[in-house]
Each structure stands twice: as C-alpha cells, then as structure tokens.
Design a protein around this ligand. Structure first.
Ligand SMILES: Nc1ncnc2c1ncn2[C@@H]1O[C@H](COP(=O)(O)OP(=O)(O)O)[C@@H](O)[C@H]1O
Ligand SMILES: N[C@@H](CCOP(=O)(O)O)C(=O)O
Length: 293
C-alpha cells in the first residue's frame, strides 16, 4: 500500500474506420490524476477540461471507477484527496470517459500495490460499455478488442507502425457518445458487414505494417453515415480529406475527425473553419502509474 499515486493516462481514437467497438489507438494526449490517501472523506480538485462541469463528489467518473476497482480488489483505501489535470477534450470522440475510467482503476491498483491485469480491462470495459477505447488507454498502441460469452471483455495489443502521425481535427461542439450510439440501427445489410470485416482486418495490417494501405483500410459502412445528422460538418471534412487521398475517419463516436498520416499534415484546400487540427504522437506505453511520496 502506498501513500499516493500519480496516474498518466492517454486519450484514444476508436473504430479507426470500420472497426466499430473493436479497434482503438492510444494517442499522445494525457490526463494526469494524483490520488493521496487521507484520514477520511473525499476531496476532488479538477483543472483543465471539464473543470466547470464534472462533479467533485462520489459521482465523479474517476472516483466511481476507483471505488469499483477497490471493491473488486477487496481493498479499503480510506479517505482520498484527488487532483485531476485534464487535457483530453470531453465529448469529442477522443476517449475522455475511457481515460477517466482507466485512470480511476489504475489509481486503485496503484494504491493497493496490485498490477493492472485482465480483470482491470474487463471492469473498465463494463463501465464504458465497449472495450475499444479503454483497451487503448490501458495498453497503449493499437488494440483489437472483443467480447467473449459471459460476457468477458478482452483485448490484444499490436505494435503500431513507427511512421504513424495521427492528426486530430477537433471541432468546438460536443457530441455525447451515448446519444450517437442511439442513432445506430439494430441490423445492417450483410454486404455492409462483409465490407466492414475486410476493412477492419486491413486496418490492423495497415496501421501495423503497411501505412500505404491506410486509405482503403479506414473506409466504414457500420457507423459513420448513420451518425451523420449529429455532426454533418465532421462527415463533410472526412469525405473531402478522403477525396484528396488522406485516410480520414470519424474518431470514436465523433465529432472529431482523425487523419491517419505519416507526415502529420493535412492538405490545404479543405475548409477546416471551426475545427482545430493538432498533430499527435501515438502513445505506445498505455497508462502509467507512479508512487507519490
Ligand atoms: N476526467 C474526467 N473526469 C470526470 N468525468 C469525465 C472525465 N472525462 C470525461 N468525463 C465524463 O465523460 C463525458 C464524455 O464522455 P463521452 O460522451 O463518452 O465522450 P468522450 O468521447 O470524450 O469519451 C463527459 O461529459 C464527462 O461527463
Ligand atoms: N466504438 C465506440 C467508440 C466511442 O468512442 P468515444 O471516444 O466517442 O467515446 C462508438 O463508436 O460508440
């Protein structure tokens, strides 16, 4: 048991085209959470993203995930003083909720002196409802996530190609993931499912070994068009970039556009008014937990 922990947890982009709920990539954009043991009670301080919105009590997502992980570990942390320095934009499709959940679970494991394990991934995915973002934040790099009967969430990490330079093109407006999941149909045509299976498999190969195949690899038939009415400008940017040969896709549930490049550039000629384009690195390490004095 330690006096406190510092957790650094990466953002993520999910789906990567047609890999709906299955593929994720960790990004070099990190929230930092510090949790110290205290005699009693709960004190939460939040700076940066969500500072005006997120709750400071037991309903805070980081705290809820931390408590759930402590329960699973049979560990009573006592009182807690937590500070969250948030950088990942909220409700933009860059996995802020997944990072909050993984951050809370990682803090619990750090305080209890237990390594992160497969149960931590399953718990995080249960919280989030799907494993693609949480697996990326937990493991780093490129992840393939799936769910076994039980249900039991699992994921495998794949080393991304060293030349990958993602660019996040982030609009100012927000879009809640649960809202745009509600726009998805219960069934899709078999031909669309077959298209998506091929492209998602190709995406893993392209992101790991063949960046020259990223354009066909990031085409989607499973979610983007169904969600268009939530963020029409996002899909316009995706289509314009793809027409210019850039492997662009909706990041997670949107509204951010993710351009999978090898030079960190997006071409001039696409109207990005209202968006901010930020080149990012790929996070290869996943969540990091360090003891505090
Ligand atoms: N660091 C955080 N601390 C507390 N709550 C958070 C944090 N990050 C995200 N959330 C919660 O998750 C919501 C965004 O989740 P979601 O709609 O899934 O979008 P995203 O694509 O950013 O994960 C926020 O509005 C907030 O309620
Ligand atoms: N597969 C999920 C991914 C959601 O990612 P987020 O970053 O938008 O939370 C989906 O498409 O709903």
């Amino acid at each position: 048991m330690t006096a406190g922990v510092r957790v650094r947890v990466p953002a993520s982009t999910a789906n990567l085209g047609a890999g709906f709920d299955a593929l994720g990539l960790a990004l070099g954009l990190h929230d930092v959470i510090e949790v110290r043991r205290a005699p009693s009670g709960l004190a939460v301080t939040v700076t940066g993203e969500g500072a005006d919105d997120v709750p400071r009590d037991e309903s805070n997502l980081v705290v809820r995930a931390l408590r759930a992980a402590c329960d699973r570990l049979g560990f009573d942390p006592g009182g807690l003083a937590m500070t969250c320095a948030n950088v990942i934009p909220h409700a933009r499709g860059l996995g802020s909720s997944a990072a909050a959940i993984v951050g809370g679970i990682a803090a619990a494991h750090g305080l209890a002196g237990k390594p992160l394990d497969d149960d931590a991934l399953h718990l995080a995915a249960e919280f989030e409802g799907h494993a693609d973002n949480v697996a990326a934040s937990l493991l780093g790099g490129l992840v393939v996530a799936w769910c076994e009967p039980g249900p039991r969430f699992r994921a495998a990490r794949v080393e991304p190609h060293p030349d990958l330079r993602p660019v996040a093109i982030v609009p100012s407006e927000e879009s809640a993931t649960h809202v745009t999941r509600g726009l998805l149909p219960a069934v899709v045509p078999h031909a669309d499912a077959a298209f998506a299976a091929g492209r998602a498999a190709l995406a893993v190969h392209a992101l790991a070994a063949r960046p020259d195949l990223l354009l066909p690899a990031t085409a989607d038939t499973l979610h983007q068009d169904y969600r268009e009415k939530a963020w029409p400008r996002t899909l316009r940017v995706v289509r314009e970039l793809r027409a210019l040969g850039v492997a662009a896709a909706v990041s997670g549930a949107g509204p951010t556009v993710l351009a999978f490049t090898t030079d960190g550039r997006v071409p001039a000629g696409v109207d990005l008014t209202g968006f901010t384009a930020t080149p990012l690195s790929v996070d290869r390490a996943g969540v990091r937990v360090d003891p505090l004095d």
